[in-house]
Write a new protein. Structure first.
Length: 141
């Protein structure tokens, strides 16, 4: 039997996953983080991207738009800004969000723009599209 640990992935609105896993691959702010049982304790910011985890049934994915990852001896907690299950991702909605963010950057008075928020929305939309394409290829679409 493989060594395991507990993973909780939550947003302010909902719990996306809570269960026993063998491995987590998280989109850390400075690069992807691979978390295995008995990993050193750490706290890291997350960027928008795919959070993968391995259960006894195989690999699964969630989208997170950012947040914080905390690794404790037997528990990994992801506090995501927003997130959704891979099957709930919508490429058309992500493309529309990306277009709106790009339009906002191009069409307004620079003093009125919250560049950080708009850039964050743009990065999240791009990450969703990238994840959809990776999953689509993996599933043979």
């Amino acid at each position: 039997m493989a060594m395991t640990f507990h993973l909780d992935v939550v947003t302010a609105e909902q719990s996306l996953f809570s269960g026993t896993v063998e491995e987590v691959i998280a989109p850390g702010a400075m690069g992807d983080l691979g978390i295995m049982p008995r990993h050193s304790q750490l706290i890291s910011k997350l960027r928008a991207g795919e959070l993968q985890y391995k259960t006894e049934d195989g690999m699964a994915s969630l989208f997170v738009s950012g947040g914080v990852l905390e690794v404790q001896p037997h528990v990994v907690t992801v506090l995501a800004d927003t997130g959704m299950r891979a099957e709930d991702l919508d490429e058309a909605a992500a493309r529309e969000a990306m277009k709106q963010a790009q339009d906002a950057l191009q069409g307004k008075d620079p003093e009125d723009l919250d560049y950080e928020a708009i850039q964050s929305e743009l990065e999240a939309a791009k990450a969703q599209i990238e994840m959809l394409h990776r999953i689509g290829k993996a599933r043979g679409h």
